[in-house]
Write a protein that binds this ligand. Structure first.
Ligand code: PXG
Length: 462
């Protein structure tokens, strides 16, 4: 039971707490929804309302809420050694064991890890590390990192710069120098009259054009999310990633897979690069490594880069207080072991993933849905005005913010589904059962119907 009323919580919140990615004034007027406790895939707010969390917190609570093994691991480690650093020729058992386990569950080229406290910090490390790599190799001018518009790589100066969110670049003089962006592989929006596969190739070849424009001797790396998450769960055409890999190989450009969302089973393989068939040199992770129970991130460093840093680099002048935090590492160990014991990755690939895909194929028939995509346990429904439009539909005018209308219904109906423009996205905990997927789909369908009723009542479809 709450120690204060919802109104009291909201008043104190509005008085003191500046929330991330939030219009402070408008939230203060409206009041936050205060989430108080959780179990399995459900949350309860301070009004006692139960909510199905189809976003796993924020793409992270992969093993669901209330897992005893993670709680016990944290408690034990807090009692034994709550903190020690890894700076001055020291280490702690959980950090060493986690490094070892990560080398085991990630693709074989990864034998080393650099820990950070978050995904953003992990990507800051990526920028420092790829530039250091080329510097050691005697090519210090090889500095440019190519990313994509509408990518999300975090919110620090480097993370936001790598990201391709125009709204973020507009605040704070970003991107920082040496980061450039090509188009995202979003067929619905940018596909013109190309087939999906043709578009995937064309889009990937923008990387080649960019490398040729800048000169291969200037380009250090390409970074991408195997499937864009915050950008709207955009599953690229099948032709896209193999072509990106070909181009990186041909020009010697390092490939960085940002797996902060797609890591640890989300796509039905341990890592999204395995689903997409790429062989990255660096891999950023966070979120699902601890199922969000405690902050932890990092970068897996492939042998190509690791050998140079280790054998020829001398001191790498970079690190965080919490690099290898023992409590975070202990929780990550318990989390990864649980994912293994419960066969969650395989379950996503062969059971609940295909089950969700089937359900989404049916949802595609809904009059509002122009595109229904899933990969593992990531899903997107694109709300369209006219299903007969090109590539599955014509969009509603952006200023209508229909996604937000739909999200409002979700809130009231007890479902957390996110809106990115008019893409309604989900990423439920990997422990979700078939019965719970059914339950989620009843809610999703109800919210789509309520949104459709709004559309018709207000004549937005004309
Ligand atoms: N890379 C990717 C691919 C991410 O999705 C980060 C890096 C940054 O991680 P940290 O731990 O620094 O937040 C992310 C984070 C959203 C949303 O609205 C997504 C993220 C964070 C906040 C909101 O979908 N992803």
């Amino acid at each position: 039971m709450s120690t204060r009323t919802t109104q009291q919580w909201q008043a104190a919140d509005a008085a003191h707490f500046l929330h991330p990615f939030t219009d402070f004034q408008s939230l203060a007027k409206r009041g936050s929804r205060v989430i108080e406790r959780a179990s399995d895939i459900y949350l309860w707010d301070t009004d006692g309302k139960k909510i199905l969390d189809a976003m796993s917190g924020l793409w992270c609570v992969n093993v669901g809420y209330g897992q005893r093994a993670l709680i016990d691991a944290a408690t034990r480690q807090l009692e034994t050694l709550p903190f020690y650093n890894a700076f001055f020729q020291t280490a702690t058992p959980p950090a060493i064991e986690l490094a070892e386990l990560l080398a085991e569950v990630t693709p074989p080229q990864f034998q080393h890890v650099f820990f950070s406290g978050s995904g953003s910090e992990g990507n800051d490390t990526v920028v420092r590390m790829v530039r250091r790599y080329w510097d050691i190799l005697g090519q210090p001018e090889r500095q440019v990192i190519v990313s994509r518009h509408n990518a999300y790589h975090g919110s620090t100066m480097a993370g936001a710069s790598l990201g391709g969110m125009a709204g973020m670049h507009a605040q704070g003089g970003l991107p920082i120098p040496g980061i450039v962006h090509i188009d995202q592989p979003y067929w619905f929006e940018n596909g013109a009259d190309l087939s999906r596969d043709e578009f995937g190739l064309a889009c990937a070849r923008q990387l080649e054009a960019k490398i040729l424009e800048l000169g291969a001797d200037k380009v250090a790396a390409f970074i991408g999310e195997p499937i864009q998450g915050a950008g709207g769960v955009i599953v690229p055409p099948a032709t896209y990633w193999p072509e990106i890999q070909r181009i990186c190989d041909q020009y010697g450009v390092l490939l960085v897979s940002d797996e902060v969302i797609t890591g640890f089973g989300r796509t039905g393989r341990w890592f999204g690069c395995e689903t997409m068939g790429t062989k990255p040199d660096l891999l950023t992770f966070a979120k699902g490594v601890t199922s969000g129970y405690i902050p932890l991130g990092g970068v897996m460093v492939g042998e190509r880069v690791a050998r140079v840093l280790i054998e020829r680099g001398g001191e790498f002048n970079h690190g965080y207080t919490y690099s290898g935090h023992p409590v975070a590492c202990a929780v990550a160990l318990a989390n990864i072991r649980l994912v293994r014991e419960q066969n969650l990755v395989e379950r996503v690939r062969t059971d609940v993933g295909p089950y969700l895909a089937e359900a989404y194929a049916q949802l595609a028939e809904h009059p509002l849905v122009g595109e229904a995509q899933t990969c593992g346990l990531m899903g997107a429904l694109l709300l369209v005005k006219d299903k007969s439009g090109p590539r599955g539909g014509a969009p509603f005018p952006g200023e209508l913010e229909l996604g937000m209308v739909c999200r409002g219904h979700c809130f009231r109906e007890g479902l957390i589904m996110r809106a990115v423009g008019d893409r309604m996205i989900i990423a439920p905990p990997l422990i979700i059962t078939r019965a719970q997927i059914d339950e989620m789909l009843v809610l999703i369908r109800r919210c789509l119907d309520l949104t459709l009723a709004d559309v018709r009542k207000n004549g937005w479809d004309h």
